[in-house]
Design a binder for this molecule. Sequence first.
Ligand SMILES: *Cc1c(COP(=O)(O)O)cnc(C)c1O
Length: 366
Amino acid sequence: MRVKFIDLPRRFADETLRARVTAVFEHGQFVLGAELTHFEARFAKVSGARYALGLNSGTDALFLALKALRIGAGDEVVTAPNSFVATAGAIVMTGARPVFVDVDAEYLMDVRQLAAAITPRTRAIMPVHLTGNVVDVDAIAAIAAPRGIAVIEDAAQAVGAALRGRTVGSLGDAAAFSLFPLKNLGVAGDGGMLTTDREDVRARVALLRHHGLRTRDECAEFAYNSRLDTLHAVVGDVLLDDLDPITDKRIAHARFYDDALAGLEPELIVPPRRRDVKQVFHTYVVQVADRPGLETYLAEQGIETKIHYPIPIHLQPAAASLGYRRGDFPVTESQSERILSLPVHEYLEPAQLEWVADRVRSFYRR
Ligand SMILES: *Cc1c(COP(=O)(O)O)cnc(C)c1O
């Protein structure tokens, strides 16, 4: 039996989707078409924010959120070292300096260590809702707000997730979502979405993503070209209809693994759960003993796994000039050697889930 990590062709095999895409080719409004505005309005509702703006990528959503808040050279932005590299990359691209805080057992920024990372230069905190779990943004806001520090959610992996009933995307000053095909809500290429309740942030990102053009001919400031294409907006709009069932499936699959893999500690630890969070399981990350052995064994059984992410950001060659060393973030570093993401996508069949759990159990019984 083969178990793929994700099944994109299946996700895009949709008649409605093909028809809506064809309609764009027929009307020809490929950039800033009406479909984009429509998708943005629906996405704003999903994220619980007042505004949503479609962008080229999740990375650009992080970058333009920082730019909209006028963060750049000389500033510091506090974030987590266990994310995808784009989180820190977006900070560095503004000229600001990423400052890392270690994570907790849930793979999320350890808020207890946050205050110690703040300096007079800190302008923003960028918590990452990694795996589709949610950072306690309320606890972060309690530290940030009195100091006039902004909070930007990296919600790239967490569309539809919620903290105490409030959806990610509306918990800080701005939030960045990725519509990369592999994400829970993806388009047919690169895409991203920025959400915010702040009219000043919305207005500035709208300007920055569109060459700084205030009207067709008048340029208020030189800026970027980072609009979500109309074709991607219709794809996102069609797939948004399925977001709830997709999320429900992923949650159900995670529950299945939780039960089926219980009792394997300390060789295998399932993802911790918090009662006040709706986790959407972009990834289902276990911590395991003998990861290379398990990976190889599962691959031999036709089961695809991945590692999110094997090299912490502060240990990347790109981060050399930031001055961090191995040992600076012990939790992140130890997790990076033990984590493994099991397939949790929405099209898994019960027999496939059983097979994955059965093979994992059999590996540790040997
Ligand atoms: C995917 C991802 C990004 C980047 O999004 P892109 O759309 O690929 O630019 C940023 N942060 C995290 C946590 C991600 O998973």
